[in-house]
Design a protein around this ligand. Structure first.
Ligand code: ADP
Ligand code: MG
Length: 620
């Protein structure tokens, strides 16, 4: 056996590789130290792409990659692909995607989807773990050493549950996912856009079954996703289908219906169509001889112009998404500094030309588009391994951070998936008259109520001068630095008194806990919303009772109006002591508002009349 092509690495340096876990294809890449060029890791045939296919054969064997993809016709119900469409989602959310897949998907415990193969149900994480294990095996063979630590990429729009599920899949494959990285960020890194220079990057990713466009802003080394758009059901597969129809159309009518009904022929036509498509990227026309066995042979010629005409409307749809993403980022097309191509389908000349025409500048093309994400992940992996100190680390906050407000609700200041470093300031006030100290309790989690979130710490702001409730202006700032450390400060704006605390939010929280908290928040979203609404409505009603009572003392109202307001205030107060629900409280508040607003008008107009009269009398 010859020496592994990628060679053993220098002893002592830590090995972390990058993995692009794709919907259609997956692959790994590695970089050895700053300044080195990252490269993809190939299997013994020199092939870097591993189809994200897993086939559970009836005899108990499990095949992954090309071998599995080849069996999709023999075992359509046992060959799993596009699992990325399901990972980290609930069965209900993924139902539409599930229907488009030929293998059976059922609802499992906690409302999560499961792939049913024979007697056994598999979680999407388990399926992805099979793909990751194959990627790992390929990488280890290429490197000639074991691989444990990895950076795995995900679409920018993946939510926390999807990111966590991806991490869990890595864990199942015996890998430690040291970082989840956004695919567009990885692609930008691969193209040498490494944050040294501030700018705006458009990442156009057209793969096998999905299209994603992201606008990234790079500022002082931090990559921020400004917007994303796309179509989860648009990609190279659709181009294959269009060409496939063309091929079938070349058959005589009788044979065509028979062929279209035969899954083997359909599949053979699809595969031939993909080959034809790929050849049309280089050539201006291509011919196809399709051996249909007993059905004879079929020969078709397609020109690039014909192919382009067929896919043009689909390409136009991607351009509409680009326009939307750029607009959502608050930018104009000419404010984009760099355009980066990702995904095998961006090799198609028409795609490049139309994108260039839309943006008014050519996209970068010097990186293989189906390797860009893995190569970028390898750069990030190498940085994390400590072999390159020049790049700033990128990270996102896994769970939202906030403080407890009146009645036990949590006001979120930093939302999950925010890129760090980040800082947010919001103003709060006191809930009780004459309050001179404020307790601040910091929580992490997606749930609406403090008791359902995780408390990270608390502190007290003292020395607030006594004022009526609602008057002090307390600015609370949450700042998460590049190392993930959270600093919370509270400052009373009039007097300048302040206090603060420092916590490390991710410490002490296992992956399972993060995942559980995410799932909990999904499960309880409705109930939480109602509970929070009740608390907020209670707060409003309490303030109203207090405020109206005070106003009654000050205002000089005729006795009948005073009586009416008193009565309404008392009724609202009664609802509060009876612990009435949000709707009843809202109705009570509305009732009181109606009453006081007409009175307010009366009071004001009488005050105005009084003032006018005084003025006239003075003049006279
Ligand atoms: P994903 O990100 O979905 O895993 P990839 O980025 O690997 O997908 O892209 C796969 C798609 O790219 C397939 O539809 C494949 O046919 C297409 N593709 C690969 N090479 C070419 C080419 N030269 N011309 C046109 N399409 C191509
Ligand atoms: Mg991809």
């Amino acid at each position: 056996m010859s020496a592994p092509p990628d060679g053993p690495r220098v002893a002592g340096s830590r090995l972390v590789i990058g993995i692009d876990l794709g919907t259609t294809n997956s692959l790994a890449a590695v970089r050895a130290g700053a300044g080195a060029t990252p490269h993809v890791l190939r299997d013994h045939d020199g092939e870097p792409l591993i189809p994200s296919f897993v086939c559970f054969e009836p005899d108990g064997r499990t095949l992954v990659g090309r071998a599995a993809k080849a069996l999709r016709l023999d075992h359509p119900e046992r060959t799993v692909f596009s699992i990325k469409r399901l990972i980290g989602r609930s069965f209900a959310d993924a139902a539409e995607d599930a229907r488009s897949l030929p293998y059976p998907i059922v609802g499992g415990e906690r409302g999560l989807p499961r792939v049913r193969i024979g007697e056994r149900d598999y979680s999407p994480e388990e399926i992805s773990a099979h793909v990751l294990r194959e990627v790992r095996r390929t990488a280890e063979l290429a490197l000639g050493q074991p691989v444990r630590e990895v950076v795995v990429t995900v679409p920018a729009w993946f939510d926390d549950a999807q990111r966590q599920a991806t991490k869990d899949a890595a864990g199942l494959a015996g890998l430690e996912c040291v970082r989840i990285l956004n695919e567009p960020t990885a692609a930008a890194l691969a193209y040498g856009i490494d944050g040294e220079r501030d700018g705006t990057v458009l990442v156009y990713d057209l793969g096998g079954g999905t299209f994603d466009v992201s606008v990234l802003r790079i500022e002082e080394g931090v990559f921020r996703v400004l917007s994303t758009a796309g179509d989860t059901h648009l990609g190279g597969d659709d181009f294959d289908a269009l060409l496939g129809e063309r091929i079938l159309a070349a058959l005589p009518e009788g044979a065509r219906t028979a062929a279209a009904a035969d899954p083997y022929v359909r599949q053979a036509v699809r595969r031939a169509a993909e080959g034809l498509k790929i050849r049309l990227t280089e050539a201006s026309s291509a011919e196809l001889e399709l051996d249909l066995g007993a059905r004879g042979t079929l020969s078709v010629a397609v020109t690039r112009a014909q192919f382009e005409a067929a896919i043009s409307p689909l390409v136009q749809r991607t351009l509409d998404c680009v326009k939307r993403a750029v607009a959502d980022a608050g930018l104009a097309l000419d404010e984009i500094d760099d355009i980066v191509l990702v995904g095998g389908s961006t090799r198609i000349p028409l795609v490049r030309a139309r994108l260039e025409r839309l943006c008014g500048k050519p996209p970068h093309t010097h990186i293989d588009p189906d390797q860009a994400v893995a190569l970028g992940a390898a750069i990030q992996a190498d940085v994390l391994a400590g072999n390159d100190k020049s790049l700033l680390l990128l990270d996102v906050i896994p769970l939202s951070l906030g403080i407890e407000t009146l009645g036990g609700a949590v006001q979120k200041l930093i939302l999950r998936n925010s890129t760090i470093p980040t800082s947010v300031t919001e103003e709060f006030s006191t809930g009780v008259d004459g309050q001179t100290s404020v307790d601040l309790r910091i929580f992490q989690g997606e749930r609406e109520l403090a008791r359902d979130c995780r408390q990270l710490g608390d502190f007290q702001l003292r020395g607030v001068p006594p004022m009526p409730a609602g008057l002090p202006r307390i600015a609370v700032t949450f700042l998460v630095d590049a190392d993930g450390v959270l600093r919370v400060t509270a400052r009373e704006q009039r007097t300048g008194v302040q206090a603060g605390i420092q916590v490390v939010p991710s410490f002490g929280l296992t992956r399972d806990e993060v995942r559980r908290m995410m799932l909990d928040s999904l499960e309880h979203a409705q109930a939480d919303f109602r509970a929070r609404e009740a608390i907020e409505q209670r707060g409003k009603a309490e303030a109203m009772v207090r405020g109206t009572r005070r106003a009654l003392e000050l205002a000089e109202l005729p006795p009948d109006q005073t009586y009416a307001v008193h009565k309404a205030v008392k009724a609202l107060d009664r609802l509060l002591t009876d612990d009435a629900d949000a709707d009843a409280l809202r109705a009570g508040c509305e009732e009181l508002t109606k009453l006081t607003s007409t009175i307010a008008d009366d009071v004001i107009s009488s005050a105005v009349t009084k003032a006018l009269r005084a003025e006239q009398e003075g003049r006279a």
